[in-house]
Design a protein. Sequence first.
Length: 287
Amino acid sequence: MSFPEFQALSASLAALTASVAPRIVAIQGRDGRELSGFIWRTGLAVTAHEALEGEDEASVLKPDGTVVIAQIAGRDATTDVALLKFDTGEFGDWSHAELPAPGSLALLTGRGEYSVLSGLASVTEVGPAWRSMRGGDIDARITLGLRLSGRSEGGAVVAPDGNLIGMAVTGARRRTLAIPAATIARAVATLSEKGYVPRGWLGVSLHPLGKDGGAIVVGLEPESPAARGGFLVGDIVTTWGGEAVHSVGDVADRLSTGTVGTNVNLGVLRGGSALDLQITIGERPRS
């Protein structure tokens, strides 16, 4: 009995896996945890930050079977991207795929001890840009219809044309998500330059108010953006860019990775009088 369509699909999946396999690596942290990653371009690879949290180097099994020690050149906890530096050989940039449609197919690739790992997945959900629990801006919510194994965490999610959809990570409720290639590209650009991703900083300590909402300034760092912008202890922050501030969390949520150097108009109440303060968001001190 022959099933030519199924055979053709099988051959196509094997060929696609083989075509991307030279970019896929296996990674082992010092705690013994195994995961995957992929070569972004010459000298650089990416993997899931959360799986290597606290590590400063990792053992990498390359596609040719050799093992090298890679330095973790930077990490962005907000997008779950860790950047590794080691001798990869020559690689160009991996072309980014178009945003997949729900119901389309994708190939999830990782690397195990003996070979590349490959799994076929359906794209079950595609949503708009969202913000992670750690404050990272993710370009799209892409959910895959398979359970991610530990060894495949950090692996590449590949479109049928061989272009890169993103990186496979485990999200809330054990859902498998793909961090989009565009999100990874921004993280890599910043990590390559700085080694970390700067977060926004005002330099104030805030305390929540009661039923009326807002956040009151109870501490002020000298020479901080807030101090230079005219804040005083006792000011109540009521609006950010014209939008109401209901809590301390509203302020923290707005100090995302892309706000450093931007100007914002903050509405405050001071002694019962309303006024506006123009603040240039600073970079949060790394300490």
